[in-house]
Design a protein around this ligand. Structure first.
Ligand SMILES: Cc1cc2nc3c(=O)[nH]c(=O)nc-3n(C[C@H](O)[C@H](O)[C@H](O)COP(=O)(O)OP(=O)(O)OC[C@H]3O[C@@H](n4cnc5c(N)ncnc54)[C@H](O)[C@@H]3O)c2cc1C
Length: 418
């Protein structure tokens, strides 16, 4: 059809709903920590979250286990102390991997934001940026009352997908260098031990798996750490990039089919007394977009245990790449520990925008290690502090003094390994 439109110009007068010193977009691990740390620096903070809950993949995606990163420090340590005190190590440089209730974390984060004085807007889905030169002036958000603008002095993109940065024009890459393929998606679910035999369920259209080799990941991967009969299962796998429309559409239905199929397999193979008790409301997305920042974290940095003057987070979580090309393999390689520099969160082209969480500037291999929740909390905490310092000093984010960031991180309970 030759007269088919290829697009529409869309112009609207959008009312300003609220303003703050720091506007954080995305309420996952990075976003909640960024909001808390900026508020603790005395800033007025707005946190915009597209769903009805905070915690990101840790609650929405039911990734309800914190992977070990070689330290328990800062806001992450506080969360452990306040919700999982039995796991709190005495020192900051210890590893823990606690399984938790995503429902309790969701409630905890709601209450925490109230205590910290953060203005949270739920069901506030980022739509676009308004910017003049090198400064973002507002973000347009789809709310329950239509489009609204939120103004700020500083913006922190914690959407996981770098949605804000990309909309503003920040360059980015996705996936592996050679073909752009990202890690696959997984719909997490839980099963509950009923203590008595149950009848396995297999809805129409699902698969009957009879051998481990037939399972989507070719392996069993689950945790039952809390003696309460809750089994957390990470065994589905769908190829695709969760930031693409067609890929996520396919993943939501295919992953649900796999959930019922895996649960049915487990009910016949070792978990005869377990029922399916919870399925995350959305498929979990591991990897989508990485911004081009002032520095890009590389595989060499991760493998070589590189240290940086402007360190803002430390981790020794392994390289952990679920096969991006539809295979059942996972590339897992232990690492001894490395630093993540502040510059990975700073886009070159803007003065008042940072990107925290899994979408920082990192290669495909490096992000596979830095992407876990405790590290994203650490990055968010540093981003909230750096944004606050940028306001106080009147400097662009790129010129915020690393020593001052370190001073504030120390005040907020962060300890780095030398
Ligand atoms: C299947 C799976 C298993 C994993 N296993 C583990 C594990 O065992 N342990 C571990 O520690 N980590 C694990 N991870 C990694 C970890 O969960 C994520 O990498 C981490 O949550 C990323 O944090 P984040 O804050 O960058 O982003 P996210 O957790 O993705 O949070 C982003 C937030 O931004 C919101 N948002 C997105 N777009 C918009 C928008 N347009 N407007 C407003 N808000 C928006 C989202 O709703 C979400 O709340 C796993 C991840 C997946 C997907």
């Amino acid at each position: 059809m030759s007269d088919q439109r290829i697009g529409y110009a869309f112009q609207r007068e959008v009312p300003v709903h609220a303003s703050a010193d720091v506007v954080v977009i995305g309420g996952g691990p990075a976003g909640t920590a960024a909001a808390i740390s900026a508020a603790r620096c005395g800033k007025r903070v707005i946190l915009l979250e597209k769903s009805g809950q905070l915690g990101g993949m840790g609650t929405l995606g039911n990734v309800s286990i914190f992977m070990p990163i070689g330290n328990v420090t800062g806001i992450y340590r506080e969360i452990i102390a306040e919700t999982l005190a039995q796991y709190l190590p005495e020192d900051h440089d210890k590893s823990i991997a606690p399984q938790y209730s995503p429902f309790l974390l969701r409630h905890y984060l709601n209450e925490k934001m109230k205590k910290e004085g953060v203005s949270v807007y739920y069901h506030a889905d980022f739509v676009g940026t308004l910017h003049e030169g090198r400064r973002v002036s507002a973000v347009v958000v789809s709310t329950r009352e239509g489009l609204r603008a939120f103004e700020g002095s500083q913006f922190i993109d914690c959407t996981g997908d770098a949605r804000v940065a990309i909309d503003a024009g920040v360059p980015y890459v996705s996936g592996r260098d050679e073909d752009g393929l990202t890690q696959p998606m997984t719909l997490m679910f839980m099963m509950q031990n009923t203590g008595k035999p149950v009848t396995p369920v297999l809805p129409e259209g699902c698969y009957e798996y009879n051998d481990v080799s037939e399972l989507p990941q070719g392996r069993r991967l689950y945790w039952e750490r809390n003696n309460d009969g809750t089994l957390l299962v990470n065994m589905t796998r769908v190829k695709g990039n969760g930031a693409r429309i067609e890929d996520i559409n396919y993943a939501e239905t295919e992953a649900l089919r796999q959930v019922f199929s895996v649960a049915n397999y487990l009910q016949r193979n070792g978990f005869e007394t377990y029922v399916l008790s919870h399925i995350a409301g959305q498929v979990g997305v591991r990897e989508t977009n990485q911004i081009a920042g002032l520095y890009t974290l590389t595989e060499d940095d991760v493998v070589g245990g590189r240290r940086f003057e402007d360190v803002v987070a430390q981790t020794n979580y392994e390289i952990d790449i679920h096969s991006p090309d539809g295979k059942k393999t996972t590339d897992e390689r232990k690492v001894s520990g490395y630093d993540i520099p502040y510059r990975c969160m700073v886009p070159e082209s803007f003065d008042n925008l940072l990107v925290a969480g899994r979408a920082i500037s990192a290669t495909h291999v490096a992000m596979s290690s830095m992407r876990v929740q405790p590290t994203c909390y650490a990055l968010g905490q540093a981003a909230g502090i750096a944004s606050s310092l940028a306001i106080e000093s009147g400097r662009p984010c790129r010129d915020v003094d690393a020593a001052e960031v370190h001073g504030k991180l120390l005040e907020q309970g962060v300890r780095f390994k030398k």
